[in-house]
Design a protein around this ligand. Structure first.
Ligand SMILES: Nc1ncnc2c1ncn2[C@@H]1O[C@H](COP(=O)(O)OP(=O)(O)OP(=O)(O)O)[C@@H](O)[C@H]1O
Ligand SMILES: [Mg+2]
Length: 275
């Protein structure tokens, strides 16, 4: 029982709280440790990014936070509660977020809601007014093959957002886009996030993207992934591209690049080491 004197539990202050999460995968011959005692937190309305070398366990961590994969040890709280079955408590846009080619933009967008049990007609009426904010007005009846890469990402993002508006886990959502489309998407995402007040946990390989978008950035070590560093990004908001040339932006970027470079060298050496 919680007494008045004890106050709210510490996890109640966070939208997402990860405490000491470890995970290994096993194949026939060996154990592959992927995450080691990872702890992190995201407050209401925060934009928090995770960067780390390829294979360090970022997507695995998202699978655990979203409840798709169980952790071996540690705890995950979403909105202050440790729920064993977390699937559906967060909006999750996985690294390879495929659109169904036989569904129109609108019907792809409402897919998550339909899976959650909302009738298609009701889901469509809820989604329609949001298409404009996601740069998709007029494209509701178009099929995915006729969309640009950036538009496909926005469809996938709107689908994630409609499924759950409070906490969004986005795993390299712009990874496949060219630099120009990426920069357009950054400004667009910042606008949407500021307007909608969502809480975002974001994975990226791109340090500049992490600095531009985030309130805080976690750097992970090479596998088994641990949190190596946490950096608060103290650039003012609203953010815009001109800031990427500022002294402070370059300083913060360089701290992260250095931390990441050390880990990438470590990751390459581990891969190159004889078994
Ligand atoms: N289901 C699985 N079974 C076995 N091994 C897995 C599984 N999923 C991931 N792994 C392994 O776990 C490690 C971490 O994978 P993960 O996808 O989490 O990395 P990542 O940090 O997201 O990498 P990237 O930046 O390339 O997306 C890799 O070595 C991968 O081979
Ligand atoms: Mg990944």
């Amino acid at each position: 029982m919680v007494t008045a004197a004890s106050g709210p539990a510490p996890q109640a202050a966070f939208r997402v709280l990860v405490q000491g999460v470890s995970k290994s995968y096993h194949d026939r011959h060996r154990e592959l440790p992927v995450l080691r005692r990872v702890s992190l937190s995201v407050r209401d309305g925060e934009f928090v990014s995770i960067i780390g070398p390829s294979g360090c366990g970022k997507s695995t961590l998202f699978n655990i936070v979203s409840g798709v994969v169980p952790a071996d040890e540690g705890r995950v709280y979403v909105n202050g509660e440790e729920t064993r079955n977390r699937v559906g408590l967060v909006g999750y846009m996985p690294q390879k977020d495929l659109l169904l080619p036989w569904r129109t933009v609108l019907d792809n967008v409402v897919l998550g809601m339909e899976v959650a049990g909302v009738k298609r007609a009701a889901a469509r009426s809820e989604a329609m007014p949001l298409l404009a904010a996601f740069g998709l007005a007029g494209f509701e009846g178009v099929y995915p093959h006729a969309l640009s890469g950036g538009m496909r990402q926005r469809v996938a993002f709107l689908r994630t957002f409609l499924f759950h508006r409070d906490v969004l886990l986005l795993d390299e959502p712009f990874g496949a886009l060219d630099a120009l489309t990426r920069s357009t998407m950054h400004e667009w995402l910042l606008g949407v996030w500021e307007k909608l007040g969502a809480t975002i946990l974001f994975v990226t390989h791109d340090v500049e993207e992490a600095v531009l978008l985030s309130d805080r950035v976690y750097v992970m070590t090479a596998r088994p992934g641990q949190i190596k560093m946490e950096l608060g990004i103290d650039l003012p908001r609203p953010r815009h591209y001109d800031m990427t040339m500022s002294q402070r932006f370059l300083e913060q970027k360089s701290v992260l690049v250095q931390a990441l470079r050390d880990e990438s060298i470590e990751a390459m050496e581990t891969m190159a080491a004889p078994a």
